[in-house]
Write a protein that binds this ligand. Structure first.
Ligand SMILES: Cc1cc2nc3c(=O)[nH]c(=O)nc-3n(C[C@H](O)[C@H](O)[C@H](O)COP(=O)(O)OP(=O)(O)OC[C@H]3O[C@@H](n4cnc5c(N)ncnc54)[C@H](O)[C@@H]3O)c2cc1C
Length: 343
């Protein structure tokens, strides 16, 4: 990354003992397993969407943000505020900002959308087409929260407080906020589609088939991405199918690898477009070996250039993450292990 690509700059100062603040950020970054440069009186973090610098300037602390646009600078500002909240309530309110941060009424990652179509092109899922000004959901991440208002109430959407924190509606206005993958998105961002797995128990699976015309909020995008590798090992269950299908569709034709998808019933198989050199296996939950076992067995064959991807139930993901760390075959940026739901 070069600074030239990050023209949205903002700076804040805080009248607070610099050593305490630097120590706090150091500890938080370590706890989050982040890579950062520690220059004693200055910490420098490349967050992936921009840079954060925390610097001692005499008796003050200076916080510098550099991002590609105002939205991303705002997200960095939220991260800084949340870090300060951990140290002492009210600290973030004392930040003095002098950068050209945009003013927002709502979090810049929030979008309103309407369900324009519900279809069932793949077995076991409802596909929802959402319309709105959604171009931002196609850049910088593959997943987003779908905010579903409580039944029979007018929606109250997330707002912002004076320090830039997202304020979520509570009590009777609390939103259901599951995470879904952007399965398809229009090139002009006027619509996107999500595939909702109808697992039978959750609020979203009851809501989705009858959601035509409903207004929803979207927050994102965040997380996930297209693995850049010549050899991909990917393991997932039904909830990971939309992400796996999208990754395989966009994979370069010469990609090699193996994909294992665990499903509850044989009729949940769907046609996938994938490079010829990627072998796709479907396994049945309860009949074949568990997905986590298959993923762990595959770790023995990983090469240093490979990419390993796993997404399924929380306990399985936890086990796989631990084993991957224990083996330490691949660097962090060549692994994705995520809990997509909790039993
Ligand atoms: C990054 C990410 C991307 C995701 N992408 C998708 C996607 O594209 N499509 C998709 O369908 N899901 C996806 N998921 C999973 C989805 O967010 C969860 O399944 C979520 O719980 C669904 O919300 P719900 O309202 O149906 O159920 P909740 O209200 O969250 O839970 C209600 C009950 O349902 C159970 N439950 C939840 N999921 C399952 C399941 N898969 N099987 C059995 N029981 C379950 C819970 O244990 C709970 O008891 C994704 C999750 C993450 C973290």
């Amino acid at each position: 990354m070069s600074f030239a690509a990050f023209p949205a700059l903002a700076r804040a100062t805080l009248a607070q003992d610099p050593a305490t603040i630097l120590d706090h950020f150091r500890a938080r970054l370590r706890a989050e397993d982040r890579t950062f440069e520690d220059r004693e009186t200055e910490l420098f973090v490349d967050t992936g969407i921009g840079f954060i610098t925390v610097r001692a300037e005499g008796d003050l602390v200076a916080l510098l943000l550099a991002a590609a646009d105002g939205n991303k600078a705002f997200i960095l500002r939220q991260a800084v505020v949340l870090h300060l909240d951990q140290l002492a309530p009210g600290l973030a309110e004392r930040l003095v900002w002098d950068g050209p941060l945009p003013e927002f009424n709502r979090p810049p990652t929030f979008r309103l959308a309407r369900v324009a179509a519900v279809s069932h092109p793949v077995p076991g899922f409802a596909r929802l087409r959402l319309v709105g000004d959604l171009a931002c959901m196609g850049v910088g991440g593959m997943h987003m929260r779908v905010l579903i208002p409580p039944d029979g109430r007018l929606p109250v959407w997330p707002g912002l407080d004076a320090a830039g924190r997202t304020v979520w509606p509570l009590g009777e206005d609390k939103l259901h906020d599951p995470v879904y993958t952007v399965r398809n998105i229009a090139s002009d961002g006027s619509w996107l589609e999500i595939d909702v797995f109808l697992h039978g128990q959750g609020r979203t699976c009851h809501w989705a088939p009858a959601a035509l015309g409903a207004e929803v909020g979207l927050m994102g995008p965040g997380g996930g991405g297209f693995p850049e590798t010549e050899r991909l090992f990917m393991f997932g269950d039904e909830t990971a199918l939309p992400a796996m299908a999208r990754i395989l569709e966009q994979a370069p034709a010469q990609m090699q690898g193996r994909v294992v998808i665990e499903i509850a019933r044989p009729d949940l198989r769907q046609a996938l477009h994938h490079p010829q050199g990627v072998v796709v296996d479907w396994v049945l939950r309860g009949e074949d070996a568990p997905l986590a076992d298959l993923a762990e067995a595959a770790m023995a064959g990983l090469g240093v250039e490979d990419y390993f991807w796993f997404a399924a139930e929380k306990a399985a993901a936890g086990r796989v993450r631990q084993e991957l760390r224990r083996r330490a075959v691949l660097p962090r940026n060549q692994c994705y292990v995520a809990a997509y739901w909790e039993a």
